[in-house]
Write a protein that binds this ligand. Structure first.
Ligand SMILES: Cc1cc2nc3c(=O)[nH]c(=O)nc-3n(C[C@H](O)[C@H](O)[C@H](O)COP(=O)(O)OP(=O)(O)OC[C@H]3O[C@@H](n4cnc5c(N)ncnc54)[C@H](O)[C@@H]3O)c2cc1C
Length: 393
C-alpha cells in the first residue's frame, strides 16, 4: 500500500549483492538514514546506506508532510519529561532543520513552504499546556502566540476548539522529494545507496560488524541502526524497547482553497491536516480511537478510522471530497517517550524511536550521530542510546 507521496520516486538504486567493505553502514533509508547519508557525504569515509524495500518505504514516506519544530511533545510537556533546559536545547536543535532544508532548496524543489502552523486544543489540560508552550517559545525567542476562538479561522471555530497557538516558523514538505534531494547529494558525494536489501543479522567481530541479508554481507567498522519501528524484527535485543504503532492518513483530489493554508495539529497532536499548494487535503489521525488495535508493523487500513478521516475532510472542505489515496504508516514509540540515538555499544549506533514526530527530529539525530562518529562530540544526553545498556536490558 503506497501513500500519496510515493507517486514520486526518491531515485534509482541497486540491490546489494555480494560482499561490501565500508567504514560506516547505515541500515534503513527513512528521514534518518537519508539525512545521515547526506551529512556523511563529505566525511571521507566509505559509507553505504541500505533499505529493505526502497528509501521512504517506512514512516518517512507515509507521514503527513508537516515540518514542525520541537520534539514529539509540546514544549511544556517536554520540559517536564526532560527538564526545561534540555527541552529548550532539543527545541533549538529541531529549529536548525529549517536552515538545513532552506539551503537544499537552492538546488532542489521539494514543495517546501514555511506557512506557520496552528495547534488547537479543547480541554482544560490542553489549555494549560498550550499557554505554557507559547510562553516557553517566547522565552526561546520564537514569536508564537495564543489565538482565542474569535481569532481562529471559521472552519476551526466550528469544530469547537477553545484555544489555539500559532507557531509562525513551521511548514510543510513533500517527504519523498526531500529524501530524493538528500540522496542525490549523498550519491554525488560518493555514498552508496541500495534498495531491496533487508538486513537480517548483525554479528559483532573483533573489528567492527558484519551485517548480512539475502545474497549480501557488509563488513563495516561501524553500523548505524535507523530501522525505526522495524528494528525489533531483525535485532531481537532491541525488540522490547520499541513499540510499533500504526497511523492512518488520506489525500484528496485538488480542492478549492479552504480558509487556512497551513498545517493544523489538534487533539493532543493525534489529528493533523493541511492543504497542499495544489489544493489537495492531507488528513491524518484518530489513532486514539483504536490505541490497542493500531499496533504492529502491518500496513493495513482501519476502516473505522478512515471513516472518521472522511468526516473530518468533509468538514474542512465544506463538501464531499473525493479521496485519491489512503494509507497507513508505522511509527516507533519508546518506553520512556524519548528517542534512542547515539552510540549504543562497540561498533553500533542507533537512531530510532521518535515517538511520532520526525521531520525536524531525524535531521538533528543524524547530525549528532555524524558528529559523534567523526569526532566524538556527545549527543543530546537525554536521548543518548547508551542508556539501552550493553545487553539491551
Ligand atoms: C502516519 C504517520 C504520520 C506522521 N506524520 C508526521 C508529520 O506530519 N510530521 C513529522 O514530523 N512526523 C510525522 N510522523 C513521524 C515521522 O514520519 C517519523 O518519525 C520518521 O519518518 C521516522 O524516520 P526514520 O528514518 O527513523 O524511520 P522510517 O522512515 O520508518 O525508516 C526506516 C526504514 O528502515 C527500513 N528497514 C526496516 N527494516 C529494515 C532492515 N531489516 N534492513 C534494511 N532496512 C530496513 C524501512 O524500509 C524504512 O525505509 C508520522 C508518522 C506516521 C507513521
Amino acid at each position: 500500500m503506497d501513500s500519496f507521496w510515493h507517486h514520486k520516486s526518491p531515485g534509482d538504486f541497486e540491490v546489494l549483492q555480494g560482499v561490501l567493505d565500508v567504514d560506516v553502514l547505515v541500515v534503513g533509508a527513512g528521514y534518518t538514514g537519508c539525512w545521515l547519508a547526506y551529512w556523511l557525504r563529505d566525511s571521507g569515509l566509505r559509507v553505504a546506506l541500505i533499505d529493505s524495500q526502497q528509501p521512504g518505504f517506512g514512516a518517512s514516506g507515509r507521514n503527513g508532510g508537516l515540518l514542525l519544530q520541537g520534539p514529539a511533545q509540546l514544549l511544556s510537556e517536554a520540559g517536564r519529561l526532560l527538564g526545561r533546559q534540555n527541552a529548550l536545547e532539543i527545541f533549538q536543535w529541531t529549529r536548525r532543520t529549517f536552515d538545513w532544508v532552506q539551503r537544499l532548496t537552492e538546488r532542489y524543489d521539494f514543495d517546501y513552504h514555511v506557512t506557520g502552523s496552528l495547534y488547537v486544543g479543547g480541554d482544560k489540560t490542553e489549555r494549560a499546556e498550550i499557554s505554557e508552550t507559547v510562553a516557553l517559545m517566547n522565552d526561546a525567542g520564537v514569536p508564537a502566540r495564543l489565538l482565542e476562538k474569535p481569532d481562529q479561522p471559521p472552519s476551526i471555530q466550528r469544530m469547537g476548539y477553545d484555544l489555539a497557538a500559532w507557531f509562525p516558523d513551521d511548514g510543510m514538505i513533500h517527504p519523498l522529494k526531500l529524501m530524493g534531494a538528500l540522496l542525490a547529494e549523498a550519491q554525488a558525494g560518493g555514498i552508496h545507496v541500495y534498495r531491496g536489501s533487508p538486513a537480517s543479522s548483525l554479528e559483532e567481530r573483533a573489528q567492527g560488524v558484519r551485517v548480512s541479508g539475502p545474497g549480501f554481507a557488509v563488513n563495516a567498522e561501524r553500523v548505524v541502526i535507523a530501522t525505526n519501528a522495524y528494528t525489533g524484527e531483525w535485532l531481537a535485543p532491541l525488540n522490547h524497547l520499541i513499540r510499533p504503532v500504526r497511523g492512518q492518513v488520506l489525500a484528496t483530489e485538488p480542492l478549492p482553497r479552504i480558509d487556512h493554508a497551513y498545517p493544523v495539529y489538534a487533539d493532543h497532536g493525534f489529528n493533523y491536516w493541511h492543504q497542499r499548494p495544489d489544493g489537495r487535503l492531507i488528513v491524518g489521525g484518530f489513532r486514539h480511537l483504536a490505541l490497542e488495535e493500531e499496533v504492529g508493523t502491518e500496513l493495513v487500513l482501519n476502516s473505522r478510522i478512515q471513516a472518521r478521516l472522511d468526516r473530518l475532510t468533509a468538514d474542512l472542505a465544506g463538501r464531499h471530497a473525493a479521496v485519491t489515496d489512503r494509507w497507513a504508516g508505522i511509527m516507533a514509540m519508546t518506553l520512556d517517550q524519548r528517542p534512542l540515538w547515539g552510540h549504543w555499544r562497540g561498533p553500533i549506533w542507533t537512531a530510532i524511536g521518535y515517538n511520532g514526530h520526525g521531520g525536524t527530529v531525524a535531521p538533528a539525530a543524524a547530525r549528532m550521530i555524524r558528529d559523534n562518529i567523526i569526532d566524538g562530540t556527545p549527543v543530546f544526553a537525554p536521548y543518548d542510546a547508551a542508556r539501552i545498556g550493553e545487553t539491551g536490558e
